[in-house]
Design a protein around this ligand. Structure first.
Ligand SMILES: [Zn+2]
Length: 268
């Protein structure tokens, strides 16, 4: 069984730590900072086996080099794998992967032919952005957030739309592990777009409770996001109407709706 633990980093990042129950090995995803990862590994008595990287931003990659040093200094020189996008700007990646690649991740895949890791290319937030699907767990980096999505720093609305459509096609019980605890702020915007969405209002109450207890709002699930996340609901009449009302422009299609929605959120 795959166990996933959040390692809080910076102000609101989560570095996800993966460990197969019973194994002493671990993987981390998007280690922007090495220190909290090293602390967590030590606390759990785990050895770092590898790193997954979704995109080039520093708060997802800044800890890689220090973790490689840590591994070579404390783990008997054992070389750890670093799997990331085909972007040469990201240093220290040992395996560059793209859509369609199926990976096996050492202890994570061990003795279980079902745990093949799929790579999805999801440009939009950045052009190099990839996501990892490990069984029913989606690690989507900064492409999808609970009740929101990443800003369009490099890609187009059309690219982001296609990327989000790849996620939307996954089973509803897919667990969604995002890299930032942005949920409460995103929900304020989501409620502004769909004040009549009762699933959204109920979820906002639950998130408020979780956060007041210092607990993560993540992971979410795909079914939930499809019910409450405006960026996955650009095909609905209510989101299209909200966007038209706010912008004064009648969107011509879902990509146009997404573009206007993203512009609205950028200044919300
Ligand atoms: Zn980013």
């Amino acid at each position: 069984m795959l166990q996933v633990y959040p390692i809080p980093a910076f102000k609101d990042n989560y570095i996800w730590l993966l460990n197969r129950a019973g194994s002493s090995l671990a993987w981390v995803i998007d280690p922007g900072d090495a220190a909290p990862v090293i602390t967590e590994l030590a606390a759990r008595g785990l050895t770092l086996e590898g790193i997954l990287v979704t995109h080039h931003h520093w708060d997802h990659t800044g800890g890689i080099e220090a973790l490689l040093d840590y591994a070579s200094n404390t783990q008997g020189g054992h070389k750890i794998r670093v799997i990331g996008p085909r972007n040469p700007a990201i240093a220290n990646v040992s395996e560059r992967v793209c859509e369609g690649d199926s990976l096996r991740l050492g202890s994570i895949s061990e003795g279980d032919t079902a745990t093949v890791i799929k790579v999805l290319e999801v440009p939009g937030h950045t052009l190099d952005h990839i996501a990892f699907l490990i069984g029913d767990a989606l690690f989507c980096g900064d492409t999808l957030f609970s009740a929101g999505c990443g800003r369009l720093f490099e890609g187009t609305a059309a690219q982001l739309h296609d990327s989000l459509a790849k996620f939307a096609a996954l089973p509803g019980d897919t667990r969604v592990f995002c890299t930032h605890e942005y949920t409460e702020a995103n929900l304020k915007f989501a409620l502004a777009t769909e004040p009549q969405n009762t699933a959204l209002a109920d979820y906002a109450d639950w998130v408020k409770q979780q956060r007041s207890e210092g607990l993560p709002s993540l992971p979410s699930s795909l079914a939930r996001e499809l019910a409450i996340n405006p960026f996955l609901r650009t095909g609905t009449d209510s989101i299209r109407a909200a966007v038209a009302h706010h912008s004064g422009i009648k969107p011509k299609d879902d990509v146009h709706t997404l573009a206007l929605l993203r512009q609205w959120k950028d200044i919300f």
